[in-house]
Design a protein around this ligand. Structure first.
Ligand SMILES: O=C(O)C1=C[C@@H](OP(=O)(O)O)[C@@H](O)[C@H](O)C1
Ligand SMILES: C=C(OP(=O)(O)O)C(=O)O
Length: 435
């Protein structure tokens, strides 16, 4: 597998594309399926490295996870108390979601566990989950707040009333999952609502839970029952095509059956405020989630101040938004997005470095950036091992005056296997090269 891409100015994007299954939902389907009684059948599972790592962890914990066909998993749940301790460390790969949610599940087990990750995950902050889990009675050791995490077994957990210091669905989910094992009520309040897949899925697996935007409450001592999970296409993967078709003149592209959970679609509002022409078609429900086909036509974009309240609803889409801003007329200002600095890379810094290398004027601020739209030129850029940076720079390259070489792109397989083939089919000029 090559590690670099060569991208050239592309042709208008045309046709229909369907992007892979939602990463957040796929992680959670495996986790709850494993902890449930009975069988869970997952369709539309993301065949990404992140979600496969989570499935492998549960196999190490004694759960049977079969893959009868691509994007399908059959999980034989072992019940809340049925996991077995693993002999070695549990490798979460590149996935912050995997590690943080697993920390919540493992805090409630009778056996101890060690969670490890790759070089990028090993630099990501874990105090945010350790702190509330310890308040619940868990015992977690880390390397000064960084992985690996050693989670002791046999701790009695109690419910807590937790006000999240940062808007993070991963921290909320870790607390709720530990709450399944806790004595009493676990309550989480968020500074701004974040994606609610854990809450929705717990309800779908039969666990009594009360939740509304910004709030969730459950108590321990119930059971999960295996069910069917139908995973919609990942809005965050669709985002690359939404931006690309918006900025490449002549484009008209339909992205099919995209998950439209309102806690995920902030980019849509931001792009529309910039002048994008995106129509929702055939809005419907799939597996309890809203989905729609998105028809995107090229439109000249203009810069905006991205409303701060949209930030959590588009947290993974900022690299793509930065590219839209670079292609827009005028200035775009992003604020309130300091969380971008603790993702797979420091996404403010890596996007600023990448876009600057392509001639874009961009100024970093502690919690965002100021981007001036203008001409994009060719050059060499690097993804810094971050899937979303690699794909965003590939879009920028479609608008460049000359060839762009993007280094270190293997990580795209964590969230979007098959990106290059799909992009080529709708008009991207993008190829693998030997790294
Ligand atoms: O809960 C989840 O599935 C996710 C939550 C977000 O992270 P934070 O909780 O750190 O904001 C997001 O960036 C990540 O890609 C997936
Ligand atoms: C931040 C991301 O994922 P995770 O936190 O699971 O690594 C992402 O996919 O952009």
């Amino acid at each position: 597998m090559s590690r670099d891409w060569i991208a050239r100015p592309g042709s208008p994007l045309q046709g229909r594309v369907r992007v892979p299954g939602d990463k957040s939902i796929s992680h959670r389907a495996v986790m709850l399926g494993a902890l449930a009684e009975g069988t869970t059948h997952v369709r539309g599972f993301l065949e990404g490295e992140d979600t496969r790592a989570t499935a492998k962890v549960f196999e190490q914990l004694g759960v049977s996870v079969e893959a009868p066909s691509e994007s399908e998993r059959v999980i034989r749940g072992v019940g809340l108390q049925g996991l077995r301790g693993a002999t070695g460390p549990l490798d979460c790969g590149n996935a912050g979601t995997g590690m943080r949610l697993l920390a919540g599940v493992l805090a409630g087990q009778a056996f101890g566990s060690t969670l490890t990750g790759d070089a990028s995950l090993s630099k990501r902050p874990m105090k945010r989950v350790i702190e509330p889990l310890e308040r619940m009675g868990a015992s977690v050791t880390s390397q000064e707040g960084l992985p690996p995490l050693h989670i002791a077994g046999g701790q009695a957990l109690r419910g807590i009333d937790y006000v999240l210091p940062v808007a993070s669905a991963q921290v909320k989910s870790a607390v709720l999952l530990a709450g399944l094992y806790a004595d009493g009520v676990t309550r989480v309040t968020e500074p701004h609502p974040t994606r609610d897949y854990t809450e929705r899925m717990l309800a779908a697996f039969g666990w009594p839970i009360e939740f509304r935007p910004g709030f969730a409450e459950l108590s321990g001592g119930h059971r999960l029952t295996g069910t069917e999970v139908d995973v919609p296409a990942d809005f965050s993967s669709a985002a690359f095509f939404l931006v690309a078709a918006s900025v490449i003149p002549g484009s008209e592209l339909c992205i099919e059956a995209v998950g439209m959970n309102p806690r995920r679609t902030g980019l849509l509002a931001a792009l529309r405020a910039m002048g994008a022409d995106i129509t929702e078609r055939a809005a419907r429900e799939q597996g309890g989630e809203p989905v729609a086909d998105l028809l995107v036509r090229y439109a000249p974009l203009h810069g905006i101040e991205v409303p701060v309240e949209l930030v959590p609803d588009m947290i993974d889409e900022f690299p793509a938004l930065f590219v839209a801003a670079a292609c827009a007329s005028g200035r775009t200002v992003v604020r309130g997005a300091a969380e971008l600095r603790v993702k797979e890379s420091d996404r403010i810094a890596t996007m600023a470095t990448g876009l600057r290398a392509l001639g874009v004027s961009i100024e970093e601020t502690p919690d965002g950036a100021v981007i001036e739209g203008g001409v994009i030129r060719g050059g060499r850029v690097d993804s810094h091992g971050d899937h979303r940076i690699a794909m965003s720079l590939a879009i920028a390259a479609q608008r460049a005056s000359q060839e762009v070489r993007i280094g270190d792109v293997a990580n795209v397989a964590t969230s979007f296997p098959g990106f290059v083939g799909l992009a080529q089919r709708c008009g991207f000029a993008l190829d693998h090269v030997e790294g």
